[in-house]
Design a protein around this ligand. Structure first.
Ligand code: GDP
Length: 461
């Protein structure tokens, strides 16, 4: 394997108290030693830190601390060095230049992690989880990525794959004794194993919906007629005056997608910008606009002003937006202005006219009444996506696709057994299933897939 020495800035590119440059490869230590004025790094013990200066010939570039890590107990499983310097982008550039002058080369995107994978220190799903961990912005995504880094998905699958591999060996043995018509592989035991694998795959595939909610947040559309209280609710939820509230319809012109965090989960409030249209627009393109907003939403929060008399337009709007996979929450707003009898009446009207199952909540954003009910309702949506059977959650599209293909392959094997097709074909289908199962951990892979995964990493990772 190519162990040329690579270097890159590992910290964010900008000004900071400290910046770190990482070097890895066969010559990581001698190359660093050449530019370091301090202890002889080639004689340093592994996992030690040394004070000194980085020099380009006679010119001192910076005062630094250098950490030395010797293979194999390093991130890449190669000799590695980390230089902690004063965090200026200019110094970083000069140190990288002098490293390159002395025999290192700039690392490509994700190359450190790719080496960790290539050198067998981590499997592919763990490598991917490093990218997820760095990108995590909330508790739930951090926990899921960390679990995956510890080998979560691979652990769930690898022992089933090993059992399947044993069957493949037995089936292939049968092929060697084809003349004698013997069965080494117990078909009913194989079927049982396939059922087990199928159940596991199904539960992992199902967890993707939750995984998606964790990774990308849950999309929430807030819809309602002008003056229903959308901006006020939004402000109350976000507790900051981002959207401009007024009783003149059409003042909200902010185009930011707001993120709301509830119990460690992210909710993306869709297109709060277009929250308000002018009255003309509402009549002309109201439904069309609302439909666009709801298109990619998981949850529709429909606001209806409890103080109004007629809800027929609201009902029409909700009916035209209805979709099986859209959770509907109808929210009667401004309840501080009406009596409980009135909003009970409002609920009855909606219950009578809307066939779809929905949650009904009454709120006053101005007086901060029942706001928690709405938050609980949003968070219960995410909670119910959680699988009870498995702690492992799929968040990665590639894993999701590989699991789907594995499931298809497993079903083909089952069919092959049911229809008692030839042992050759059965062996072929089994190999196919094994291959797909191996794609997740990277036991089976190709350069294109690897290139695709690691190119999405940033340089220095
Ligand atoms: P939007 O057009 O749906 O965004 O509605 P706004 O949030 O701008 O609210 C329209 C008007 O209703 C404003 O004057 C708000 O102060 C008022 N409003 C909104 N929510 C409440 C509420 O919970 N109680 C009361 N009393 N007034 C509210």
């Amino acid at each position: 394997m190519n162990h040329d020495t690579i270097c890159a800035l590992a910290t964010a590119n900008g000004i900071g108290a400290i910046g770190i440059i990482r070097i890895s490869g066969d010559d990581a230590i001698p190359v660093s030693a050449k530019i370091f004025d301090g202890k002889n790094l080639e004689k340093a013990q592994s996992h030690t830190v040394h004070y000194g200066f980085i020099k380009d010939g006679d010119e001192v570039i910076d005062e630094v601390m250098i950490s030395v890590f010797k293979a194999p107990k390093t991130f890449t499983a190669e000799d590695s060095v980390e230089i902690s310097f004063h965090g200026s982008p200019h110094i970083a550039k000069k140190i990288l230049e002098v490293l390159i002058k002395n025999g290192a080369r700039m690392a490509k995107a994700g190359e450190f992690t790719m080496r960790a994978f290539m050198n067998g220190r981590i499997d592919l799903s763990q490598a991917e989880s490093i990218a997820d961990l760095i990108a995590s912005e909330n508790e739930a995504s951090r926990k899921v990525a960390l679990n995956q880094l510890k080998g979560g998905i691979t652990n769930e699958i690898s022992f089933l794959r090993t059992d399947l591999l044993n069957f493949v060996s037995l089936i292939e043995l049968e092929l060697d004794f084809a003349e004698e018509d013997v069965e080494f592989a117990d078909r009913s035991a194989l079927n049982q194993l396939l059922d087990k694998i199928e159940a596991k795959l199904n539960s992992l595939i199902e967890s993707f919906q939750y995984g998606n909610a964790i990774k990308n947040g849950t999309a929430v559309a807030i819809i309602g007629k002008p003056n229903a209280g959308k901006s006020t609710l939004l402000n109350a939820l976000l507790k900051e005056e981002r959207a401009i509230v007024s009783n003149i319809a059409g003042t909200t012109r902010d185009t930011i997608e707001e993120i709301l965090h509830i119990k460690g989960h992210a909710f993306r409030l869709i297109d709060t910008a277009g929250l308000r249209e002018t009255a003309d627009e509402i009549e002309a393109i109201g439904v069309k606009k609302a439909k666009e907003k709801v298109e990619n939403a998981n949850i529709l929060v429909y606001l209806a002003d409890a103080a109004t008399e007629n809800f027929s337009e609201d009902i029409e709007m909700i009916k035209s937006l209805q979709r099986d996979d859209l959770k509907l929450i109808i929210c009667a707003t401004k309840i501080d202005e009406v009596s409980p009898t009135q909003y009970e009446l409002v609920e009855n009207i909606f219950r009578k006219k809307i066939p779809q199952d929905f949650d009904f909540i009454t709120i006053s954003a101005v007086e901060n009444q029942n706001m928690q009910d709405l938050k609980d309702e949003l968070s219960s949506y995410v909670e119910q996506l959680k699988s009870e059977e498995s702690n492992v959650v799929i968040t990665n599209q590639r894993h999701f696709e590989a699991l789907g293909k594995s499931l298809d392959a497993v079903n083909k094997v089952k069919e092959a057994i049911t229809f008692q097709i030839s042992t050759e074909l059965l062996a072929y289908e089994l190999r196919n299933a094994l291959e797909h199962l191996g794609e997740i951990s990277g036991e089976v892979t190709n350069d294109e897939v690897l290139g695709n995964i690691f190119s999405k990493f940033c340089i220095g990772k």
